[in-house]
Structures are given as structure tokens and as C-alpha cells.
Design a protein around this ligand. Sequence first.
Ligand SMILES: Nc1nc2c(ncn2[C@@H]2O[C@H](COP(=O)(O)OP(=O)(O)OP(=O)(O)O)[C@@H](O)[C@H]2O)c(=O)[nH]1
Ligand SMILES: [Mg+2]
Length: 191
Amino acid sequence: MPELQVERVCQAPSQFPPPSLPEVAVIGRSNVGKSSLINVIFKRKGLMRVSNTPGRTQAVIFARLQDRGYVVDLPGFGYAKVPLSVKASWAKLVEAYLKRPACAAACLLVDVRREAGDGERAMVEYFRHYGRPFFVVMTKCDKVSRGQWKPRAKAWSEALGLAPEQTPIPFSAVSREGAKTVLRKFEETME
Ligand SMILES: Nc1nc2c(ncn2[C@@H]2O[C@H](COP(=O)(O)OP(=O)(O)OP(=O)(O)O)[C@@H](O)[C@H]2O)c(=O)[nH]1
Ligand SMILES: [Mg+2]
């Protein structure tokens, strides 16, 4: 298993490391399971902080995967209870990040139980605008029956206008369903 190490925690774009290796960004609404997914697919329990308080990760965390690339944990969007000043700094951080040419791809996380919101639609528009390839992972699949996976993936695909090859990958940080498939996606992007 490739070793993932946190290298930098950035609260402002000026703190981003100079570009070197390809980066894969993990994006999604707050509490969708971004940190959990990174910990599970790289088998690094506790590497990224998993919180019960949505909106906790207000930083861009660069974790380095040996000499292959970076996994970048972005702060979640869509948490209503944060002050406006926090929302503004969130937007600044995420926009600055997505403009970065070193961002080779984005991994958008969506919750199997939710419907598409403005946040997900805005992110997809961003990826398209900046020409960033992206793939979609459908998290918390352990919360619904297996029979729901296909119809939920189809609903997300339709709502976000995804191409057939972008159909959300079912994933669960609890059962580890989909972990290998998602890891392969990260590795392919860094090749
Ligand atoms: N049942 C279930 N719970 C999950 C799964 N993934 C994450 N969780 C739980 O969801 C909550 C949020 O998980 P995080 O990984 O911190 O989510 P995040 O997207 O990093 O959240 P922020 O950094 O606050 O935006 C935690 O209580 C996790 O234990 C999953 O696949 N299944
Ligand atoms: Mg997090």
C-alpha cells in the first residue's frame, strides 16, 4: 500500500506548496465523508481528521503519496451555520485551488441519500470551466440497501449531467465497498 503523508495544511492560497507532482482534489459538501474516504482508501486511520461537526476542515490539506502525487482534501461546502466571513474565505480557498494547473483531477463526493444541490452543480460547472477531469464517488452506501445503489447513481448522473463513464462509484467507509476502485482512479490520475 502506497504511503500517504500530510505535508501541508493551508489556510490561505499563499500557503499552497509550489507545483511539483500531479494533484487529485477531494471535494464535496461538508460531512459527506471526504476525510473518511482518504483514510480508508489509503489505509491511514486517523490521518485526516474525521469530525462530527460539519465544516470542521476549513483548510486545504496536501497529503503526499510518495513521489507519485498529492491527494488534496478541500474544505466542504454547503454548511449553513457558518458565518458569512467563513463562507467567503472558503470560496476564495477553493477557487484558488481549482485554478491551480497542478490539479490533475477532482474526485467529487456525493451522499447516496441526498439529492443534488447547488454546491455539487457549482463544482461540476467549475471543473468544466477549468477543464479539470473529474470522477464521482457516492458515499455512505452502507446507509441504504444495495438495490438502491444503481437508481441513486442514475439520479446523481442525471442531475449533474454526467457522461456514462462518470457514473458515481458506490463507496462506503464503513464496509470499504468500492475502496479499491476509488484507489485505482487516484493512481491512474497520477500516472
Ligand atoms: N455510515 C457511514 N458514515 C460515514 C461514511 N463516511 C463518513 N461517515 C461519517 O460521516 C461523518 C463525516 O465524515 P468526514 O469524513 O469527517 O466528512 P468530511 O466530508 O471530511 O467533513 P468536513 O471535513 O467537515 O467537510 C463522520 O461521522 C463519519 O464517521 C460512510 O461511508 N458510512
Ligand atoms: Mg474533512
